[in-house]
Design a protein around this ligand. Structure first.
Ligand code: ATR
Length: 274
C-alpha cells in the first residue's frame, strides 16, 4: 500500500493523519498515512530513509525550510514560498517539493467563505514564513492593495520588495495603519502567546471587514475575539486552511480532489471536544 507521513517535531497532535484518512475513505483511495517524529538535527536523513519506500509526505514546523533545501526539484510556488509542505516521490525516484499553504488559505477564503479578493484592500499581519507562503496566491487574485504590517518593519519591507513585481504590495508598521480595510489576515504567531498584534480598532469597519486568523484553537483566538467585538462581517480561523492545504496535497499525490466540508465538520467537532 502507498505510504505517506507528516514530518514534524513535535508531531503528536498533528491532525493530518485523521484528515488524510478521511479523504482516503471518502475517495476510495488505498493508502496509509502516519506521523513521523524527525529528530531536530536529522530531518534530511529521516526523509531520505522514509522515501526509500514512501510515496509522499507533508512537512510541518520546524522543517519546511529544510525540506525546501532537500528537494531535487521545486514547483514555482514552492520556490516563491521558500518553504515546502508537500513532498512527492516522482516516477524517476527524485523528490519534488510543493507548497500548498497559500492555495489552502485562498481557497478557504474565496470558496468556503465566499470572500472576493479582487479589487479589495487587504492587510496581512506578520512577515515570517507563513506570510511568504501566501503572498503569491493572494496577489494572483488582483487585490487593490496588499499591505504587509509587521512588528519588525524591515522584514515586511524585505518581503514587499521580493514580491512587488507580482502586484501592489507595500510594507508598514502596525501603528501607522488607521483606515479601514476589506480583509485582515493575521499570520503572526502572537495568538500562540495569547496576544494580539497592536493594531487600531479603526481598521475594522463593522459589517464590512473580513478577519481571518491563520491560527485556530478550542476557544476563539485573541484576534478572532477582537474582530467579533468590533462587528467584523466574517470572523474565520485557520482550521479551514488546514483542511484545504491537505486537500491540495492529496490532489497532487492521488489526482482526486476530496470534498473538504465533511472533514472540516469532523475537525470542528473534535476541536470542540478538546
Ligand atoms: P511563521 O513561520 O509562523 O511565520 P515566524 O517566521 O517565526 O513564524 O514569524 C512569526 C511572525 O509573528 C513574525 O512576523 C513576528 O514578528 P517579528 O518579525 O517582529 O518577530 C510575529 N509575531 C510573533 N509574536 C508577535 C506578537 N506578540 N505581536 C506581534 N507580532 C508577533
Amino acid at each position: 500500500m502507498d505510504q505517506y507521513v507528516v514530518f514534524g517535531n513535535p508531531i503528536g497532535h498533528s491532525k493530518s493523519p485523521l484528515i488524510h484518512r478521511l479523504f482516503a475513505e471518502q475517495t476510495g483511495q488505498d493508502l496509509e498515512y502516519a506521523t513521523l517524529l524527525a529528530p531536530l538535527d536529522e530531518f534530511s536523513d529521516c526523509a531520505r530513509g522514509f522515501f526509500k519506500q514512501g510515496s509522499g509526505g507533508n512537512v510541518t514546523v520546524p522543517f519546511k525550510e529544510e525540506a525546501f533545501r532537500l528537494c531535487d526539484s521545486l514547483t514555482p510556488r514552492a520556490r516563491r514560498a521558500g518553504a515546502v509542505n508537500t513532498l512527492s516521490k516522482l516516477a524517476d525516484g527524485t523528490l519534488q517539493g510543493d507548497n500548498t499553504d497559500g492555495a489552502g488559505l485562498v481557497r478557504d477564503l474565496t470558496v468556503n467563505a465566499g470572500v472576493e479578493l479582487a479589487g479589495k484592500r487587504i492587510l496581512i499581519l506578520g512577515a515570517g514564513g507563513a506570510v511568504r507562503g501566501v503572498l503569491e496566491p493572494i496577489l494572483a487574485h488582483k487585490p487593490q492593495s496588499l499591505v504587509i504590517a509587521n512588528r519588525t518593519v524591515e522584514k515586511a519591507e524585505q518581503l514587499a520588495r521580493e514580491f512587488d513585481e507580482l502586484g501592489p504590495v507595500v510594507a508598514s508598521g502596525f501603528a501607522w495603519l488607521q483606515e479601514p480595510v476589506d480583509v485582515i489576515i493575521n499570520a503572526t504567531s502572537a495568538s500562540l502567546a495569547g496576544e494580539l498584534p497592536p493594531i487600531a480598532d479603526s481598521l475594522v469597519e463593522a459589517g464590512r471587514t473580513v478577519c481571518y486568523d491563520m491560527m485556530y484553537g478550542k476557544e476563539p483566538t485573541p484576534f478572532c475575539q477582537w474582530a467579533t467585538k468590533l462587528g467584523a462581517a466574517k470572523v474565520l480561523d485557520g482550521l479551514g486552511m488546514l483542511a484545504e492545504q491537505a486537500a491540495e496535497a492529496f490532489f497532487i499525490w492521488r489526482g482526486v480532489r476530496p470534498d473538504t466540508a465533511p472533514v472540516l465538520a469532523e475537525l470542528r467537532r473534535q476541536l470542540a471536544r478538546g
